[in-house]
Design a protein around this ligand. Structure first.
Ligand code: SF4
Length: 217
C-alpha cells in the first residue's frame, strides 16, 4: 500500500515546491535519494560550473551518495568538513573555508509548506551557509521534513530532530535520556544557531530538492 502514501506526499511536495519558487528558491521534486543525486551530478553541477564544493553534515546527503560521487568528479576540489581524522583546529578552518565554496550541499531540519527553510545547528556552519557565503547552495529534503509552518518546524526540530541527532552523536545531553528537549546548558548542547530562510536572495541562489521518500531525521 505504498502507492497511496507516495501519491499523498507527491501532492504535498508539489505544493511546497511551488511555495519555495514563490519565495525565490529554485525547487525540484524527485522520487528518491538516487534521483536527487543524479539531478545534482547531471544538471545542477554543470549549470553552476562549480570548482570548489563543500558539504554540511547531513544523513540525507549521505543517502544520496553525493559526497563520494562529487569527490570523483573531474575538475572539482572538495573541502571536506566531515573528515574527523584531522585536528579539531583544521576541521574548524575547513568549515570557515567552506563558506566560500562555489557550491555547498546540505540537508534541512524542516521545510514549511509555505516555502521556508528552518535549521538549527551546533556550530552554525551549515545553517549559515544557507543564508550567505557559498555562491550556490543545494538543500536536499525528504518528505518527512515537511511541516505546516515555522512553529511546527521548531517543535519538530527541538523535540525530534535534535534529540535523535544527539543520540546519533552520543552527546551527553539531557534529551538523550528523556527524548525531549530540556533546553539544556550542556557543554555538548547541539542546539545553538537558528536560521529561518523566508526567501532566497539572490533569487535562485538556493536550490531545494524535495524527495518523495523519508530521509534523515
Ligand atoms: S537544547 Fe539540549 S536538551 Fe534540548 S535538544 Fe538541544 S541538546 Fe538536547
Amino acid at each position: 500500500m505504498q502507492a497511496p502514501i507516495d501519491a499523498y506526499y507527491a501532492k504535498r511536495l508539489e505544493q511546497t515546491a511551488k511555495a519555495l519558487v514563490a519565495n525565490h528558491f529554485e525547487s525540484y521534486l524527485v522520487a528518491d535519494a538516487e534521483a536527487a543525486g543524479a539531478l545534482v551530478l547531471e544538471t545542477i553541477l554543470p549549470q553552476t560550473a562549480a570548482k570548489v564544493i563543500s558539504f554540511g553534515g547531513s544523513m540525507t546527503l549521505a543517502a544520496t551518495g553525493l559526497p563520494a560521487a562529487l569527490a570523483q568528479a573531474p575538475g572539482v576540489s572538495i573541502i571536506n568538513t566531515l573528515d574527523h581524522s584531522v585536528s579539531p583546529e583544521e576541521l574548524y578552518e575547513r568549515r570557515r573555508q567552506a563558506l566560500l565554496a562555489d557550491l555547498f550541499l546540505t540537508g534541512s531540519n524542516a521545510v514549511t509548506e509555505d516555502g521556508v527553510l528552518v535549521n538549527l545547528d551546533m556550530i552554525g556552519n551549515r545553517a549559515c551557509a544557507i543564508a550567505f557565503g557559498p555562491k550556490h547552495v543545494v538543500v536536499i529534503a525528504g518528505r518527512n521534513k515537511i511541516v505546516p509552518d515555522v512553529d511546527a518546524a521548531r517543535v519538530r526540530i527541538k523535540n525530534f530532530a535534535a534529540p535523535v541527532n544527539a543520540l546519533r552523536l552520543s552527546k551527553k545531553t539531557p534529551c538523550t535520556a528523556t527524548a525531549h528537549c530540556e533546553d539544556c546548558g550542556s557543554p555538548q548542547r547541539i542546539c545553538n544557531v537558528w536560521t529561518i530562510a523566508e526567501k532566497c536572495f539572490p533569487r535562485g541562489r538556493v536550490t531545494v530538492i524535495l524527495v518523495n521518500q523519508d530521509l534523515g531525521f
